[in-house]
Design a protein around this ligand. Structure first.
Ligand code: TIU
Length: 223
């Protein structure tokens, strides 16, 4: 670990420490991002998420070049749905429910094409992929243990969606003592107003559960 390189962030500088920071990429899965997947079956316009891909591609490349760990997550369930609470299965009125056949295989089921990460952001050899049944990346996963063993205390948080899995994971991480910077152009929501307010909620009240900065501010600090 070297001295912190401060990132210009809201509500104030984020002390990024090389060797103690990981980049987490949440749920950049075909089922959320491509037409015909779970996201669209919920009634959402998936185009809203596609704009995250170019800046996130650059951020992941910068992290890899700097030797910063990149950790990917995927939301989904085992084929018999035994890890999916009935309440989650019944929720809402999607045109297709979790486990139903979709355009890319069974919706949000591990091992199906739609459950996997989009080609542009595919993990490379050696990167951790966390399969999670919930919205948060800590619930019912090994993430905390993996971070502890790697000596990680700070997270750069990216992925989709801002107000659901990104928020849940950032809140869970904050409660566990991690300092989290959410990268504003590398997180996406189906709802523009949730994107804006979701980011404001993180850094309000003096950074109540995190910091926010864009990739242009983060990339020079990790290079
Ligand atoms: N990954 C994630 O955010 N899961 C969701 O279900 N998000 C929605 O916004 N629906």
């Amino acid at each position: 670990p070297t001295a912190p390189s401060p990132v210009e962030a809201t509500p104030g500088p984020f002390p990024l420490i090389a060797g103690k920071t990981a980049l987490i990429v949440i749920d950049m899965q075909r089922d959320f991002i491509l037409p015909g997947g779970f996201g669209e079956s919920l009634g959402n316009d998936v185009n809203m998420l596609l704009k995250v891909v170019p800046p996130l591609t650059d951020l992941i490349a910068a992290a890899r070049a700097a030797g910063m760990p990149v950790i990917h997550t995927r939301e989904g369930h085992v084929p018999d749905l035994s890890d999916c609470p009935p309440a989650k299965l019944r929720r809402g009125a999607p045109s297709k429910r979790i486990g139903d056949p979709g355009e890319y295989g069974r919706i949000l089921i591990r091992g199906e094409y739609g459950h996997d990460i989009i080609d542009e952001l595919a993990p490379i050899d050696g990167e951790v992929v966390i399969d999670k049944p919930g919205k948060g990346a800590f619930y019912a996963t090994d993430l905390q243990q993996i971070l502890t063993e790697a000596g990680i205390t700070q997270l750069l948080v990216t992925g989709v969606t801002t107000e659901v899995c990104v928020h849940t994971t950032t809140r869970e991480a904050n409660d566990r003592g991690y300092e989290c910077l959410v990268v504003s152009d590398c997180v996406g929501s189906y709802f523009p107003e949730f994107q804006r307010i979701g980011l404001e909620m993180i850094s309000a009240q003096g950074g109540i559960f995190g910091w926010v900065a864009d990739s242009a501010a983060v990339i020079p600090a990790i290079a």
